[in-house]
Design a protein around this ligand. Structure first.
Ligand code: NI
Length: 137
């Protein structure tokens, strides 16, 4: 059977600050620039969730995209949308909410609810030009 990848796009807005608490304000500014602004700043994150697997013989689907939409809403949007990631999201209390780390958190939240025979990939755009992909490690 051919392997196919299906994708679902989603969106959330969130605020963050990139900094290392062990460094001085000067060093943080040197490394993270404007992203270390102590008063936070926002991004319009674009998310693409991709599932790869064989087409189910009975449904013709790889995975029901309506189900994926609901899953993304409950596991990702309800948790991250309109949040201050550093302050309000448990996972980022001790790690920097970079696009890299956010994509790992999203992957882990979704992975547990997606059938094991499907490969999961998360693509996260922090800006229209800057994006990361994660497919588990
Ligand atoms: Ni930023």
């Amino acid at each position: 059977m051919p392997k196919i990848t299906v994708h679902r796009k989603a969106h959330f807005n969130a605020a963050h600050r990139l900094f290392n608490p062990n460094w001085s304000d000067e060093k943080n500014f040197e490394v993270f620039g404007k992203c270390s602004n102590p008063n936070y700043h926002g991004h319009n994150y674009e998310l693409i969730v991709s599932l790869t697997g064989e087409i189910d013989k009975e449904t013709g689907y790889v995975y029901d995209l309506g189900k994926l939409k609901d899953l993304i809403k409950i596991k990702v949007e309800d948790v991250l949308d309109h949040k201050n990631l550093n302050v309000e999201v448990e996972e980022f209390k001790n790690i920097n909410p970079t696009a890299e780390n956010i994509s790992v958190v999203i992957y882990n939240k979704l992975r547990v609810s997606i059938p094991e025979h499907l490969d999961l990939e998360v693509t996260l755009y922090e800006t229209p030009r800057n994006y990361v992909t994660y497919r588990g490690a």
